[in-house]
Design a protein around this ligand. Structure first.
Ligand code: NAP
Length: 261
């Protein structure tokens, strides 16, 4: 199985790096119109090209990492080179549905939509993956590609917008939360660098507690909230100021926006 990455920009290049590191036995073709920025990836297993027709004719799984508005025109333009018995189409473009891709490519293609986040750059992405009933049954292979960039969860396509909010926009919500903690840390005495280090590792540790223990956040919170202690006083003060409520409201506001409500 050969993988083609069409549109090796920010995300496409992360995907290329992930495959080269985690699936080194797989042959990859990577394209963009100006290949200067990706020539350094050229190797025995990686072919860098600006020729999309050559890429399509050489590869089985085609990852479309183009800007959203260019995805459907690209498929229409290259329709004559696409073969449903061979090619699986994987789109990472925000907001382009499986139905729209099917209409552009013709029926019978296995189509996947993947929604990673910017943590692909450090192989810690949360990628949501959905598909039609792929006749070539390549779901595990496609998941393996994105597992190379972090973790993958299979979802119904109807939840793709919700996954975009929680996972992709979620990076920004978490970072804003971290910024606020750092600002608080500076107010209680740390310089910015030390506060950032403490907050970043604390965030990582809190995530690992949930991921590794499989526990509910409140169970872990119970372990650090001594009765009448400083943690519960601080937590309750945050809640009086609308902490949980503002996060939930922000997430639902983003969700309304993505749905043009
Ligand atoms: N960045 C993220 O973390 C992230 C997360 C989730 C989803 N996405 C989605 O991923 C897609 C790409 O985002 P991005 O941030 O990586 O954009 P980007 O950096 O602009 O990458 C797009 C690349 O496509 C290339 N390109 C344009 N036309 C082409 C063609 N005809 N053939 C081959 N390559 C072509 C461009 O390079 P040339 O101009 O040299 O051709 C460019 O490098 C978007 O649809 C976005 O919605 C991104």
């Amino acid at each position: 199985m050969k993988i083609g990455i069409i549109g090796c920009g920010n995300l496409g290049t992360s995907i290329l790096e992930g495959i080269a590191t985690k699936m080194p036995e797989i042959e990859v073709f990577a394209s963009k119109r100006n290949i200067n920025s990706i020539e350094k990836y050229s190797s025995e297993k990686v072919t860098v090209t600006s020729d999309n027709v050559a890429l399509i004719s050489n590869c089985d799984v085609l990852i479309l990492a183009l800007k959203p508005y260019t995805v459907l025109p690209f498929i229409q333009e290259h329709k004559e080179y696409l073969d449903a018995d061979r090619h699986t189409l994987v789109s990472v473009a925000t907001g382009i549905s499986i139905e729209e891709i099917l209409k552009s490519s013709g029926s019978n293609f296995g189509i996947y939509r993947a929604m990673p986040n910017t943590a692909t750059a450090v192989n810690e992405s949360m990628t949501a993956l959905s598909s039609n009933s792929d006749p070539l049954n390549r779901g595990e292979f496609v998941a393996e590609i994105f597992n190379g960039l972090g973790t993958t969860v299979r979802i119904d396509e109807s939840l793709m917008d919700a996954a975009t909010i929680l996972g992709a926009c979620g990076i920004a919500y978490v970072l804003r939360f971290m910024r606020a903690m750092i600002q608080g840390g500076i107010e209680v005495g740390f310089d910015a660098k030390t506060a950032t280090q403490i907050v970043s590792q604390t965030m990582k540790g809190a995530s690992e507690l949930i991921l590794q223990n499989g526990s509910h956040p409140e169970q872990e919170i119970d372990k650090v909230t001594t009765p009448k202690g400083c943690t519960i006083v601080g937590l309750n003060e945050m809640e009086h100021s609308g902490f949980s409520s503002s996060l939930i409201k922000g997430i639902t506001a983003s969700y309304k926006k993505i749905n043009n409500e």
